[in-house]
Ligand binder design. Sequence first.
Ligand code: 4AZ
Length: 290
Amino acid sequence: MFYSLGFAFGLSLLLGAASAGTPATDGRIVGGMQVSTIGEFPYQASVQLNGQHICGGAVIGDHFVLTAAHCFEALEPWSVLDYSVRVGSSEHATGGHLLSLQQIIPHGGYNPQSHDNDLALLILNARLNFTEQLQAVPLASAQERPTPGTRLLVSGWGFQSEEAAAEQQIDAGSGSGAGVASILRYVDVDHVDIGQCRLAYRRVLPITQGMLCAARAGHDSCQGDSGGPLVGFQEDGRATLYGIVSWGLGCANPDYPGVYTSVAAFRRWIDAQVGAWGWNALLGGWSGVQ
Ligand code: 4AZ
């Protein structure tokens, strides 16, 4: 089952999805998520372990990428040197800029069983130069939730069906990165009221204040999309980062919405990390605050 994010190292991602329609009864998600270019999602990052895409991420500043904590649940004790981030490219495997990390700051309260507090801040080793292909996305403010008029898009290189993800799980240990899409994709989803989401997951896990849910028939994030951005667009095109792909029971399962870490709920934590890094950057030895 697929509810686990993070079987081996959170190699999950998938915005699976059929553009028109619902998943077929065999569980396959048909059709699809739209192919896109990085210019439309210039904040999209690929988080990589030993050169393989494992998760999405969102550029939130010239030194910072926000992603999911479960991306760093590797069974083996990888070091920060094993991870990198590609930005500014529609392809996770090539183009743009590949950056090494200065630091990985997972939320101290991350709980792999409940998926609570599933976020991590990555500090890049170099300052990003923003271009049309590379931009930071503004964060939702502390109380901000998507409104009904907000168009919500989730993007990533994840698997395009739950079936593909299940197959990948079999040899997840290989870390091959096989099965993920080579070109960035996205789907439209709708915000799901937290009460409704709690009801859907009542026999599965608590949906906490730190989570938000989104779904649309045949559209969802999936394995390999984890850590990636759920962004709301206003009519004027203004983008706001509302969520981080976190978990869900299956992909595009009509009974189970996709679950995202709520950026609004963690806005203070994010600001504290970014602010503290700024103050400490010149002093060295920065190790994060909880
Ligand atoms: C995963 O395994 C995963 N449908 C991510 C997102 C969703 C399900 C699973 C949401 O990382």
